[in-house]
Design a binder for this molecule. Structure first.
Ligand code: BDP
Length: 608
């Protein structure tokens, strides 16, 4: 069975009973540059408009703040930054006590505190998940006052954050200026910060549909949608499942049950079916009476009906073998950093399709809800990764549970799991993940340093990263076939589980050429990929079930790590192809032809 649901915090959607007001655009902004970074709290900046307590910049939301200004100290700033703006709240929302008004932040990196008119309404830790607050009572206190929203965001990473980091203060005044400190991180992507995803206000009736959980299955031609609806208030329910054309295919009036769909249209991945990404719509109407009035809420959840199964050698979607030919990504682009940007999202999906890729991994954190919805609709298969290790809050796994596109959880990337406590920790983490979502396989991403006898038996699919002839044996591509073969044989020999090459690649500076190939040239990147592909082609006849290139596009790093950012992209950061992109394109369309079902409009190989 498969696509499961979110516990609480159903993603806001407009409906006849719900309104959404986006608060994207320009906000006032100030970094707290005081030595303690605490002046904003000491002087209670949230009590009035930011403009009344000092100078402000105009800051776009959503966007990382780092690359917006010409100021290097803002790019590299560590500590609290403050955002605020005034919002016009429709009078009806304020006057009507039967309307619930919710403020939602799509994500802000890393730690956030939110005030409305000086009253604290939310505090949230974690940079990659949404959070929200019911603000009705605050805005009703003085209906004539403008509604001022203040958000303080702190990007500091410590040993207990996800991802973790440390702060080092340099006290040697012969070497460093006063108050000098650095943020150390244990990953190579730039630690962009700010309000990264849309901020919005939305309404529901005061009795409302709070949560829908869905698990799907099918037998023969009949689709099965097991569901559970939770409503705030004692409700009468009407549940209607509709197909894409709006025809009702099943109904119920119970809070939980099974909807049966005759002649089911399954959710299929892109390049595996003529009609990928098929979504039904499950419309839930709840009616709650308070004795005087009936409150009606309407929520429509897209539902993809599909199954996932893993055998010793295969990954099955709807009981057919699925081969991952895809990419690893980052949320990263010029100027915006990690800020959500529709032109970029649509461009990336167009590139993924152009490439003939059928999947990606959300390295190294959960991506925006908007991106996951695109995956559901387009049939792009996702390995969804949590932002590191050490989940304390189980809701961290809730965000993307309703998405049929998510076929597997990745709980960590390249953990140092050789120490006994870490080993125990990861076993427990995997156990918890499976308990929270029994419908999906779980993995974590290992690398060549990973001790093969720790932890891995607890995963369903083995994912391995390797960089032969790059970090090891630089310049010696002749080692790739041997070392890659050894890697696969060892892992499979030990665990008899299917394997995905979850990362491989090489940096290439666009326009940098040499023959014979040298590291950092487009030719070298191309040849590294081709050497891997030969081995993949042998092993995919046996137990290798996928290959994900590192990386889809070049991305920003901390300074000193790489030449103005990592250049292992097959596309540049501006999304233009390097030579390697054409190699992969030819390969992926060939794989789609061999392992999937090309869409009718494709005349392979002419489409290349
Ligand atoms: C892998 C990491 C990835 C890096 C990559 C690299 O998972 O985040 O960008 O190495 O160094 O180990 O290129």
């Amino acid at each position: 069975g498969v696509s499961a649901g979110v516990r609480g915090h159903a993603v806001p959607r407009e409906s006849s009973s719900r309104e959404v007001k986006e608060l994207n655009g320009l906000w006032s902004f100030r970094a707290d540059r005081s030595p303690t970074r605490n002046e904003g709290f000491d002087l209670a900046w949230y009590k009035g408009p930011l403009t009344s307590t000092g100078p402000v910049l105009e800051m776009p939301v959503p966007a990382s703040y780092n690359d917006i200004s010409q100021d290097a100290t803002l790019r590299d700033f560590i500590g609290w930054v403050w955002y605020d703006r005034e919002v016009v709240v429709p009078t009806r929302w304020v006057k009507d006590e039967g309307t619930r008004v919710v403020l939602r932040v799509g994500s802000a990196h890393y730690y956030s505190i939110v005030w409305v008119n000086g009253v604290k309404v939310a505090e949230h830790e974690g940079g990659h998940l949404p959070f929200e607050a019911d603000i009705g009572s605050v805005i009703r206190e003085d209906p004539t006052a403008p509604c001022r929203i203040t958000i303080a965001v702190n990007n500091t990473l410590t040993l207990t954050t996800l991802p973790p980091g440390t702060i080092t203060h340099m006290n040697d005044r012969t070497k460093y200026p006063g108050d000098y400190f650095v943020q150390n991180i244990f990953f190579d992507f730039f630690n962009y910060a700010g309000i990264h995803r849309p901020v919005l206000l939305y309404t529901t009736p005061k009795f409302y549909v709070d949560d829908i959980t869905v698990v799907t299955d099918y037998s023969d031609n009949t689709g099965l949608v097991r569901y559970e609806v939770s409503v705030k208030g004692a409700a009468t329910l009407k549940v209607t499942l509709m197909d894409k054309d709006g025809h009702c295919v099943a109904t119920s009036s119970l809070p939980s049950g099974v909807l049966k769909v005759v002649d089911v249209k399954l959710w299929w991945p892109y390049l595996m079916h003529d009609n990928p990404g098929y979504l039904y719509s499950m419309e839930v109407r709840s009616y709650v009476s308070d004795g005087q009035q009936i409150f009606e809420d309407v929520y429509a959840l897209p539902v993809g009906i599909r199954t996932i199964n893993v055998t010793t050698t295969q990954f099955l979607i709807n009981n057919k073998p699925f081969y991952f030919h895809g990419v690893n990504k980052h949320e990263d682009s010029d100027i915006r950093g990690k800020g959500l940007d529709w032109p970029l999202i649509v461009k990336d999906f167009n590139l993924i399709k152009w490439l003939g890729a059928n999947s990606f991994r959300t390295s190294h954190y959960p991506y925006a809800e908007e991106i996951m919805q695109m995956c559901d609709r387009h049939g792009i298969v996702v390995i969804d990764e949590c932002p590191g290790v050490g989940i304390k809050d189980i809701r961290s796994f809730g965000n993307a549970q309703n998405h049929p596109s998510v076929v597997m959880w990745s709980v960590a990337n390249e953990p140092a799991a050789e120490m006994p406590p870490a080993d125990y920790y990861f076993r427990t983490l995997i156990k918890h993940t499976k308990a929270l979502d029994p419908t999906r396989p779980v993995t974590f991403i290992t690398d060549s340093n990973y001790a093969r006898d720790k932890g891995a038996p607890y995963v369903d699919v083995i994912c391995v990263n390797s960089y032969f002839s790059w970090y090891h044996d630089p310049g010696h591509m002749e080692v790739i076939p041997i070392q890659l073969n050894t890697q696969f044989e060892n892992w499979f020999g030990k665990y008899k589980k299917p394997i995905i090459q979850s990362e491989y690649g090489a940096d290439a500076v666009p326009g940098f050429h040499s023959d014979p190939p040298m590291m950092f040239t487009e030719e070298y990147q191309k040849d590294v990929l081709k050497s891997y592909h030969k081995v993949f082609d042998e092993k995919r006849k046996q137990y290798v079930i996928g290959e994900l290139i590192w990386n889809f596009a070049d991305f920003m790093t901390v300074q000193g790590t790489a030449l103005g950012g990592e250049q292992k992209g097959i596309f540049t950061r501006q999304r233009q192809p390097k030579a390697a992109a054409f190699v992969l394109r030819e390969r992926y369309w060939g794989l789609a032809n061999a392992t999937g079902k090309l869409p009718p409009w494709t005349k392979y190989p002419c489409a290349l």
